[in-house]
Design a protein around this ligand. Structure first.
Ligand code: FAD
Length: 443
């Protein structure tokens, strides 16, 4: 049995480890076109901001360690074509400039996403970046040395984390966002406003409703961003306007692409072509609240899909349980989190949804350093079925979102939340935790 894996980060390496552990006789080969495998891309902004020591700290398992486990890791090897019928892939060794044909019995596409690069003039100027992987991070780090002004295009969670990293380096930061608010559709308007306030209080110049038209430069280096609202001068421009699933190989292999634009898979991570699996950011998953196919590319999803694919490719039996749309990010002193649906998303789906908002403190008000926490809880009118929650508050308080996520997995109701025995002591919570108060108010 020869298992070939394309892509060596979260999904690919999780699959490789699982497959090898379950079936030590199988030959497992990973082709990665870059130089890095098995690292936490989620930590990239924190290396730039200085909270994480260096790039190596993000690496979970080195190629040497994987090889010691019996997994063949080929760096700088790009898979350029798949012949599903013949059971072969074409591989370009980027260093040697040679192409070879490699056989497989099972193939996993764990190719992730690529950052959207808008069709602006002069994106080839030095000092213009995206942030997707460690080499991108290293290039940004080099550009930031000696820079004074940074313009971040895009106010999604990666743009927000980058803004914080640049402020930590004492740089002046302008954030340009096309939409009326930052944080995209991750949060409802009222919660996006809180995120924006925190950015502005920490010195980020947030400009929304602004469309970028192109970049300006001098002697090959970027000097600014030309927007409909005027020119923003910048020594470094970081473009964080979203990602798209890398599905070219899947298409070449005749694999079905879903309506979301990502690869359609069943819950064993099998694609529409027998013997071909897909896992991670390039895949759709099923939303357990809406039962719809969605594309929400996040780290835990990628790791778990990889495990499931690894087990199944090695001859075992595992199923991906679906997701509930849980996400969390840091904004300077705050955390913002959501799970399930926002009120706006529920409205768009035609659900009869109702929300309550509660502001309380993260722990007992009389205990020192209590700080505000804002919660929106959303449920289906009439049935009381929980649909989602959004939270903005101090960083330590925000993992509460997991309580609601757990209930959403079991299609829980508001009454279930209201009846829960949640942990209480003054340094951690109020006796009636903010989630219980919200559930009471909604019930
Ligand atoms: P990727 O990590 O994209 O890996 C795919 C690999 O495949 C790449 O190394 C690529 O080089 C390789 N590849 C592609 N095509 C080929 C080919 N043809 N041949 C050979 N190799 C190929 N998620 C969270 O849940 N929480 C967070 O806080 C968070 N923060 C993030 C912050 C940043 C800045 C970024 C960029 C991402 C963040 N994410 C976060 C998302 C998370 O990192 C991804 O969900 C995860 O990395 C996806 O893993 P993956 O293996 O599916 O894809």
């Amino acid at each position: 049995m020869r298992i070939v894996i394309v892509g060596g980060v979260a999904a690919g390496m999780s699959a490789a480890s699982r497959a090898k552990r379950l079936n030590p006789e199988a030959e497992v080969v990973v082709f990665e076109r870059g130089d890095w495998i098995s690292y936490g891309a989620c930590g990239l902004p924190y290396v730039l901001g200085g909270d994480v020591r260096d790039w190596d700290a993000l690496v979970a398992r080195t190629p040497e360690r994987m090889r010691a486990q019996g997994i063949a890791v080929r760096l700088q090897h790009e898979v350029t074509d798949v012949d599903a019928r013949a059971g072969t892939v074409t591989v370009l060794d980027r260093q040697a400039g040679r192409t070879s044909t490699e056989p497989f019995d099972r193939l996993l596409l764990a190719t992730g996403v690529s950052p959207i690069r808008p069709d602006w003039s002069r994106t080839d100027l030095q000092g213009v970046h995206v942030l997707k992987d460690i080499p991108d991070g290293q290039a940004i780090e080099a550009s930031l040395k000696g820079a004074k002004r940074v313009c971040i295009v895009g106010g999604g969670y990666i743009g927000i984390e980058l803004a914080e990293a640049c402020r930590a380096r004492n740089l002046s930061v302008v954030m340009l966002e096309k939409a009326p608010d930052v944080a995209g559709r991750a949060l409802d308007h009222e919660y996006r406003v809180r995120v924006r306030e925190e950015l502005e209080q920490r010195g980020v110049d947030v400009r929304t409703g602004v469309t970028v038209e192109g970049l300006t430069g001098k002697a090959g280096r970027v000097t600014g961003v030309q927007a409909d609202a005027g020119l923003v001068r910048a020594d470094v421009v970081i473009v964080a306007v979203g990602v798209k699933p890398q599905v070219e190989l899947a298409k070449a292999a005749g694999v079905r692409i879903g309506k979301t634009g990502a690869i359609a898979v069943n819950n064993r991570q099998e694609t529409s072509v027998p013997g071909l699996y897909a896992a991670g950011d390039n895949c759709e998953s099923t939303h357990r609240v809406t039962r719809r196919r969605v594309h929400i590319p996040l780290g835990l999803t990628a790791n778990r899909m990889g495990r499931v694919a690894g087990v199944n490719m090695a001859g075992g039996e595992a199923r991906f349980p679906g997701i509930v749309g849980t996400g969390i990010f840091k904004v300077f002193g705050l955390g913002a989190a959501r799970t399930g649906l926002t009120q706006a998303e529920a409205n768009d789906l035609g659900l009869n949804a109702v929300s309550v908002d509660v502001t309380s403190t993260d722990h007992a008000g009389y205990y020192f350093d209590a700080s505000p926490i804002h919660v929106r809880l959303t449920a289906e009118r009439g049935t009381g079925r929980l649909l989602g929650a959004q939270l903005v508050g101090c960083r330590e308080s925000i993992k509460r979102v997991d309580v609601v996520a757990a209930l959403l997995h079991g299609r829980g109701k508001v009454q279930d939340l209201a009846a829960m025995d949640l942990a209480y002591a003054p340094p951690f919570s109020s006796v009636w935790d903010v989630l219980l108060v919200a559930a009471d108010k909604l019930g």
